[in-house]
Write a protein that binds this ligand. Structure first.
Ligand SMILES: *Cc1c(COP(=O)(O)O)cnc(C)c1O
Length: 368
């Protein structure tokens, strides 16, 4: 059976790592895209010590409210229509305001005093060039919102925080701090700031401001290019595993799988594992990735390479280095403690975020 096991304790541990790194900031824990594939319902109980959660769509925000999350919810792309703006007000959701139409909705439909929607995350484009007001407009926009009663959090997003030395980082920090200082001096000293995603939390400890917005780090992946999750003392929040459903010995010179891609040099013991790209295991890792086989009594761990093409429903692994007596129902870890999802993402030429988000509905989901 293919199983995705979510580990709430790991998420709480990772959240505490963030809090230790950013002791003076509030934490907006990012749970967009179904909590990076982990399942919002599964992770919210582990995030009770966060100050708020961040999502990308109103549907995600309403789902979190329905699940009983009663603290801050930040909608990081804001409302997509005047109707969504009204719904945000109805459900006490705080919105990003990043362009003119959103500004107009906010000015025409002002939430009642005390509403969480009175807190507006004003997005400033410091160099990512996706969302946000430019330097020339952000001051006047802030003034108008402040005048009608909004409390403002100036927000921006790094384009390259995973690479500490990238020159745009210093530029974005400089632009952000200078505009924030101007807003505080000319409009209100109460205006807050929010700059850092996970990589920013790790790489820019001097620039955490009032709210940090960690995502991937909560799930136990490394957000930076030069340090592994282990080096950052992060625990994987997901164990993705399957089981061996057949054992074979492939004769020398015989090939395995579609395209007869892998050929045995000598007689080779192989095992079939019931998982494939139909579950979200990436097809492109063939020939690079390994899995960990754990024998039935959970004592021995074997590192076994993935051979042959990854198919929709199965993969083949080389079990030459495992016990002769390896049992049919042995557990096979695709990612979790070893290998980490970051390693598989490296083999797949992508980032852990994508592998986590694109798991299919087929694997059974359980809580540790
Ligand atoms: C997704 C997101 C984050 C979190 O990014 P990570 O790299 O996962 O930490 C932070 N801020 C905004 C605006 C986001 O959309």
């Amino acid at each position: 059976m293919r199983t995705i096991t979510i580990k709430p304790k790991a998420i709480t541990h990772n959240l505490n790592q963030v809090k230790q790194r950013a002791p003076h900031s509030k934490v907006l824990a990012m749970v967009k895209s179904n909590a990076y594939g982990h399942g919002v319902a599964a992770v919210l109980p582990a995030l009770q010590q966060a100050d708020g959660i961040g999502v990308a769509t109103l549907t995600e925000a309403l789902e979190a409210r329905q699940l009983g999350w009663n603290k801050t919810i930040g909608l990081v792309e804001g409302a997509f229509s005047a109707d969504e703006w009204q719904q945000a007000i109805d459900h006490d959701i705080s919105c990003v305001i990043h362009h003119r139409p959103q500004l107009e909705w906010a000015l025409q439909n002002i939430p009642p005093a005390g509403s969480a929607t009175r807190v507006a995350w004003l997005k400033y484009n410091t160099g990512m060039n996706r969302l946000g007001f430019n330097a020339e407009e952000v001051l006047s926009v802030a003034k108008r919102l402040h005048e009608v009663g909004y409390q403002l959090i100036l927000a921006t997003h790094f384009a390259n925080a995973d690479e500490r030395e990238h020159p745009l980082n210093a530029m974005q920090i400089q632009r952000f701090s200078s505009v924030l200082a101007t807003l505080q001096a000319t409009i209100s000293p109460d205006i807050q700031g929010s700059l850092c995603n996970s990589a920013g939390v790790v790489n820019f400890p001097e620039h955490h401001y009032d709210w940090v917005r960690p995502g991937i780090i909560l799930y136990g992946s490394s957000p930076v290019v030069d340090k592994s999750a282990q080096e950052l003392d992060l625990q994987p929040a997901m164990d993705f595993s399957a089981q061996i459903i057949a054992l074979q010995t492939v004769s020398a010179n015989d090939a395995v799988g579609y395209g007869s891609h892998w050929q045995a040099q000598t007689d080779t013991r192989t095992a079939l594992v019931s998982v494939g790209y139909g579950d979200g295991y990436p097809r492109v890792v063939t020939g690079d990735a390994y899995v960990t086989v754990i024998d039935a009594d959970s004592t021995q761990h074997y590192r076994c390479p993935v051979i042959g093409r990854v198919a929709m429903d199965m993969i083949v692994i080389d079990i030459s280095n495992a016990l002769e007596s390896l049992a049919l129902d042995s557990k096979v870890v695709l990612w979790g403690d070893a290998p980490r999802v970051d390693e598989i993402a490296g083999h797949a030429g992508t980032i852990s975020y994508e592998l986590l988000c694109r798991l299919s509905i087929r694997p059974k989901r359980v809580l540790a």
